[in-house]
Write a protein that binds this ligand. Structure first.
Ligand code: PBG
Ligand code: ZN
Length: 307
């Protein structure tokens, strides 16, 4: 009877699994704070993608660990960059799998910030050019969707213009529209080797206290041409997801971020909570709040449980 009247259902098709791609061959380097997630070389990533596809998971979102970093994030918009190469390999070997690319600079800058540093702070407008170039190079490599996560003002319009000019009018933008300056990103900084070397991201990410501002950020991104949006993190921001659902008629997703995942995994490893139960409850709560799909490190175990 519970099954009959259940209001919210999880489906692997609504999960997107984040992957961290690194140089080399045959490499699967565990991310200690996020077991069993790992940085994987392109060949291993492709094998992983076959399994992800077979599980019916909606897609993957790629983050890159470049060979080397510099002040101007060269690796982010290089056609031979790690993500660009990974996209080509996945699209060649597992063509039916949806590939989203995260568009940002923090994995590629030596200082770990998401944009160009001028006088000790991130300069918004020059950073837009990098982002537009990165998005176009991802699309050229075959990315199905590009997802800017930098939170610079005006980046959706800059990326849309550049994609259209490059002939990629059909490549949608999934914008991290409401991205909060969150302590929950802790483990990700190890995963993507992207910790800021000085300061923090509060000058470009949002204050966790602000819900009205989040609605304004979403509205702006949609006006600039975003096709779908992300609220990030997930569970601590269910009110933002709900309000966005009520206000905007576009696909809405939530990113259940590294810290949310690691907290559940750590408590489960200690025997304090039941991993499967809390995993499904956390994903259900995000969907119940109004998310159409969820970026989650639980995509594989949750899909297996649903299978
Ligand atoms: C980079 C980026 C971050 C995450 C996704 N893209 C880190 C940050 O903004 O500091 C976090 C994802 C996670 O914690 O799982 N702009
Ligand atoms: Zn960034």
């Amino acid at each position: 009877m519970r099954r009959l009247v259940r209001e919210t259902r999880l489906d692997p098709a609504n999960f997107v699994l984040p992957l961290f791609v690194c140089p080399g061959e045959g490499i699967r380097r565990p991310i200690s704070s996020m077991p069993p997630q790992a940085q994987m070389s392109i060949d291993v990533t492709v094998e992983e993608c076959r399994e992800i596809q077979a599980l019916g998971i909606g897609g993957v979102i790629l983050f890159g660990l470049p060979e080397s970093k510099d002040e101007v994030a060269s690796g982010a918009y290089d056609d031979q960059g790690i993500v660009q190469q990974a996209v080509r390999a996945i699209k060649r070997e597992v063509p039916e799998l949806l590939v989203i690319t995260d568009v940002c600079n923090c994995e590629y800058t030596s200082h770990g910030h998401c944009g160009l540093i001028v006088n000790g702070d991130v300069a918004n407008d020059p950073t837009l050019e990098w982002l537009a170039k990165a998005a176009v190079s991802h699309a050229r490599a075959g990315a199905d969707i590009v997802a800017p996560s930098d939170m610079m003002d005006g980046r959706v319009a800059a990326i849309r213009t550049a994609l259209d000019a490059g002939g990629f009018t059909n490549t949608p933008i999934l914008s991290y529209a409401a991205k909060f300056a969150s302590g929950y990103y802790g483990p990700f900084r190890e995963a993507a080797d992207s910790a800021p070397q000085f300061g923090d991201r509060r000058s470009y990410q949002m204050d966790p206290a602000n819900a009205r501002e989040a609605m304004r950020e979403i509205a702006l991104d949609l006006e600039e041409g975003a096709d779908m949006i992300i609220v990030k993190p997930g569970m601590p921001y269910l009110d933002i997801i709900r309000e966005a659902r009520e206000r905007f008629d576009v696909p809405i997703s939530a990113y259940q971020v590294s810290g949310e995942y690691s907290m559940i995994m750590a408590a489960a490893q200690n025997g304090w909570i039941d991993r499967d139960r809390v995993m499904m409850e956390s994903l259900t709560s995000i969907k119940r709040a109004g998310a159409d799909f969820i970026l989650t490190y639980f995509a594989k175990p949750a899909a297996k449980l649903l299978g």
